[in-house]
Design a protein around this ligand. Structure first.
Ligand code: FES
Ligand SMILES: [Fe+2]
Length: 366
């Protein structure tokens, strides 16, 4: 989508006015949370990359020590792109006049001998490497608990295998696409799965929410009969949302192949960020418990690729909805209760320093 294309929100303003939410579906607000960026293995020691994330241009670099750091991208002296500079130890030196900045953004050396202007600072951001990606948190430091990317059900303290998928794009805010997993009505209407769901929502921490869904196949069509044969008569999955920008899905809970052989649970993350107003980046990451031993690699390959295949099966059916939606919160029914709770959770999240009007621009995500 071109950045000057009119978004659906701008249409029908008199006849179909929209309620503006504090945070939910609000492009001007970027919540605090972990946002995935470049692949870890694309950043060797001494490498640096410019990353456009949520309307913020950032430099991400790997120091000689192997640690990854993230700063605002432009030199505070005259605004030169710091990725033109050089990584020295854990610092970055600007190409233009060789001012040197440490990993906290403090200016530690000016070759001409003058002291840096007072209040000169470059914002630094917390980074973490997980699932083969560099993740950035829009704050210099976070407390111990927030430093963790939430693990998925049954994967605490386990060794993990993972597979990073290519990013794809959506034209609506990711707060809306995240509803997909907790909208039981659409499972029957869109995906033709007439599953009766009991939805259970738990607020585990102010910035996390967990949603359990479980039900029984009704065997009313071929897809369902196949589903109940492969997965067993009952079906359950859970969603975990962190900070309104990361969703975790655990599926095939308690599933038995042909009602006999216990199947492994399958897990995946969706990591979301804004590319620009009206354009969202979604990164699927498939994860599972790492099986060891002779057949470990084959089992791991099977679990990760089965997760991918199941996700791809449903993704196409949903795509046209989310690329054309003008999301409305005025006509919810009782059955939409989980969505109402989810929206209220999003509206209580903490905005970050990146909250502002998003410029339209290109993105380097791969
Ligand atoms: S612009 Fe960076 S040191 Fe002058
Ligand atoms: Fe769906």
């Amino acid at each position: 989508m071109k950045s000057n294309e009119i978004k659906n929100e701008l249409y029908n303003q008199n006849t179909q006015p929209l309620r503006k939410h504090k945070i939910f579906n609000n492009w001007d607000v970027v919540t605090k949370g972990w946002y995935s960026t470049v692949r870890s293995n694309s950043l060797k020691k001494g490498d640096k990359k410019s990353v456009l994330l949520n309307g913020q241009k950032l430099i991400v670099y790997r120091a000689e020590t192997g640690k990854v750091f993230c700063l605002d991208n432009f030199c505070p002296h005259m605004g030169v792109d710091l990725t033109l500079g050089k990584v020295i130890d854990e610092n970055i030196r600007c190409f233009f006049h060789h001012w040197k900045f440490d990993s906290t953004g403090k200016c530690i050396d000016i070759p001409c001998g003058e002291a840096p202007p007072k209040k000169l600072r470059l914002n630094s951001y917390q980074t973490i490497e997980k699932y083969g990606l560099v993740w950035i948190y829009p704050q210099a430091q976070t407390d111990e608990e927030l430093l963790k990317i939430p693990s998925l059900e049954g994967l605490d303290d386990e060794s993990i295998c993972y597979k990073i998928d290519k990013v794809f794009y959506r034209k609506c805010h990711f707060h809306i696409t995240m509803i997909n997993g907790i909208d039981p009505q659409h499972l029957s209407t869109v995906h033709n799965i007439n599953i009766n769901m009991d939805v259970d929502i738990v607020n585990t921490r102010p910035n996390h929410i967990e949603i359990g869904l479980q039900g029984n196949f009704t065997n009313s069509n071929l897809k369902e009969r196949l589903g109940s044969l492969i997965f067993g008569q009952s079906y359950s999955y859970s969603m975990k949302y962190a900070d309104g920008c990361l969703a975790g899905l655990t599926m095939m809970k308690d599933s038995k192949l042909f009602n006999l052989i216990p199947m492994p649970q399958l897990h995946m993350y969706f990591s979301y960020s804004q590319r620009e107003v009206g354009n969202v980046i979604v990164r699927p990451i498939y994860v599972n418990k790492k099986d060891l031993g002779l057949f470990g690699p084959i089992k791991n390959w099977f679990k990760l690729n089965l997760t991918k295949a199941l996700f791809k099966m449903l993704q196409g059916e949903d795509g046209q909805i989310y690329d054309n939606i003008r999301f409305n919160t005025e006509a919810f029914l009782k059955v939409d209760g989980p969505i109402i709770k989810y929206i209220s959770y999003i509206n209580k999240l903490a905005p970050s320093v990146w909250s502002k009007k998003m410029p339209g621009s290109d993105h380097e995500a791969s």
